[in-house]
Design a protein. Structure first.
Length: 399
């Protein structure tokens, strides 16, 4: 998940509470320090003084052959490495022509047959590259509404999914774009095939009766991914409840965990208010007068995201609001470089333990018993690090 996507996700909001949840599958095991997976670094790509120095890594994808595809946003190129780290090829180059990329590409992912898909906001299109790295085609996306199209994923070979969300209603301005938030299926030519699922969520921005614009902070936002079988795993950040849906959107299972929740304290409110208000310094007086105080949720997010994990599992990013035996005090949203941790679960709902990564590391992909992510050193130089992962020696459900 890119930094841009994560920043926007923090400001999104969510569904109404109070609905009865009847889980088909239920992961209720407790996460403890004894359930931590073992991570062994096996490969590092890039360095500040080597042949490859990455500028800003926005996405990583891994082919079944083991080839590693690294999208560098600043270079506007995808570097292709073999499983041993040898550079094989480059896909794309900077520009606006066919097969070229801008510096506002938001991710990279593969269809099940190996077609490479790259959403490009500045060039207002989604580009496709064949399994042999040659350019195939692209389809346009609406330049006026980039936020609803920042999260994409493949679903099988025939279509891809995109997250859509209406922009806030502003008096006097047209209300183009989607009418409700959710996940929409589109073909490789950009043809929309309809909504797979929708979200009950509020806008990230509220326009008050006085005309002032307030940002919502820590309200629920969607988390979702697809599986290699074409299933959609989707939930909201404020509830440890994930739905498993088939390719048509039909509910076929649910995953839940019983956890505690950390409230938004006054210290957190004051600090985030100061940070948000600093962003508006320097605005013209008339514009500054239209900025209202932020609106905070009562508690911090339980989930930070969800993605495919090793060997067919699902990895759930633990949000700062999640409280359990592994994190009795939850997390600190004011920590600028937290050590990211992920719950590892099977689609059946079985809890398999926690994967704990070092600070300044962003997890981006998984294949087999390896996970792939980006490490950032004290000079903000980024490298790709590959870990071989091993589950806990004992089944945490037996504790």
């Amino acid at each position: 998940m890119s930094r841009i996507i994560a920043l926007c996700s923090v400001l999104l909001v969510l569904p109404a509470c109070g609905e009865e949840v009847r889980p088909v599958t239920n992961a209720t095991a407790q996460a403890t320090a004894q359930t931590t997976w073992t991570l062994d670094p096996v490969l590092t790509l890039g360095s500040w003084d080597g042949d490859i120095t990455f500028g800003s890594i926005t996405g990583i994808a891994v082919r079944p052959s083991g080839e590693i595809l690294v999208l560098d946003r600043l270079e506007s190129v995808v570097f292709v490495f073999d499983e041993s780290g040898n550079k094989l090829d480059e896909i794309g180059r900077r520009g606006a022509g066919p097969g070229e990329l801008s510096n506002l590409v938001v991710g990279v992912f593969l269809t099940e047959s190996g077609v490479l898909v790259i959403p490009d906001l500045r060039n207002s299109r989604v580009s496709f590259f064949n399994a042999d790295n040659s350019y195939s085609h692209s389809f346009p996306i609406d330049r006026m509404f980039p936020l609803p199209t920042m999260m994409w994923a493949a679903q099988g070979d025939d279509r891809i999914l995109k997250q859509v969300q209406p922009l806030p209603s502003i008096p006097g301005l047209p209300t183009n774009g989607p009418s409700e938030p959710g996940i929409m299926a589109v073909g490789h030519d950009g043809t929309e095939h309809g909504m797979v699922t929708t979200f009950e969520m509020q806008s990230a921005i509220e326009i008050g009766a006085d005309g002032k614009m307030s940002t919502r902070v820590f309200f629920d936002f969607p988390v979702w991914t697809t599986t290699s079988e074409g299933h959609l795993v989707v939930g909201m950040s404020g509830t440890y409840h994930l739905e498993v849906r088939d390719s048509e959107g039909t509910l076929i299972g649910e995953i839940t965990r019983q956890v505690g929740r950390k409230p938004v304290t006054r210290r957190i409110r004051d600090s985030f208010t100061d940070r948000l208000m600093e962003q508006f310094e320097g605005l013209p007086p008339g514009a500054a007068d239209l900025i209202g105080e932020p609106i905070f949720a009562d508690s911090l997010p339980l989930l930070g995201g969800v993605m495919r994990g090793p060997n067919g599992t699902i990895m759930v990013a633990r949000g700062p609001g999640l409280v359990d035996d592994y994190a009795p005090n939850g997390g600190d949203p004011l920590d600028e470089d937290p050590a990211a941790a992920y719950d590892v679960l099977q689609l059946s709902g079985d809890f398999l333990g926690v994967m704990q990564f070092p600070p300044r590391f962003r997890l981006m992909a998984a294949l087999g018993n390896h996970v792939y992510g980006v490490a950032r050193d004290e000079f903000d130089v980024e490298t790709v690090v590959v870990y071989a992962v091993t589950p806990p020696s004992s089944d945490p459900r037996e504790d």
